[in-house]
Design a protein around this ligand. Sequence first.
Ligand code: DGL
Length: 259
Amino acid sequence: MKIGLLDSGVGGFSVLREIHQLIPGAQLHYVADSSWCPYGNKPGHIICERVTGIADYLLEAGAEVLVIACNSATIHAVGSLRATYPLPVVGMEPAVKPAAELTRTGVVGVLATEASIAGEKFHQLVNTHARGVRVITRPCPRFVELVESGTLQGDEVNEAIDEAITPLIASDADVLVLGCTHYPFLRPAIEQRLPEGITLIDTGPAVAKRVASLIPELSDLSKEPTNIHIETTGSLEQLDLLLPKLLPDLTASTSEAGF
Ligand code: DGL
């Protein structure tokens, strides 16, 4: 069972690591579209077109399940991918529903890209699952830049975090959603800056469970050796530098994207 994954860059590694932890023997083929990063400031139709091209490539390379390890790409492309592709397409969107269920103050902060927040799908998500809850959105493009450069801690990171979360905390949000796959890499730094009693939600583990539910012979897979291949449309040198920082416990082969 080969699982194809894609993201605008290395953010989707936060999903890949959850899938690998749950299904260690699954073959993972990941495309990091780093030369197009960020997706978050691009129009929806452009994201959709680009993501469809990468999905075609993963399909040709033998993917049997496709994981859109990117909220922005899911919001703008998952509908058309599901309608046209002959394989299961797993997407992810900011965890508004669990956040709305968890909040005690009635205020939820959603950290996500502009592209995710602007999509009609996001408004539907809020209208359907967060009625009566105040949902405050906050794009954090700096977080994406920091993770793409492998900067996960330090003054620059702390400043970016404070700028993003201070207004949310001031508005009494008690649940914050990490609605972009890059953001979980800053989770340890974010946790250090949060006051007590604030819950952070990341959708990576739920996506991994969904992927596992699509694989019938899970127990056979756990005996297979790890087989992870990561391609980048950006710099291979940069990918090789980032990999041990972002996925220190994982061995993967890397190459430039073959399209
Ligand atoms: N990692 C992506 C997401 O989950 C997008 C980051 C970006 O390229 O702006 O939305």
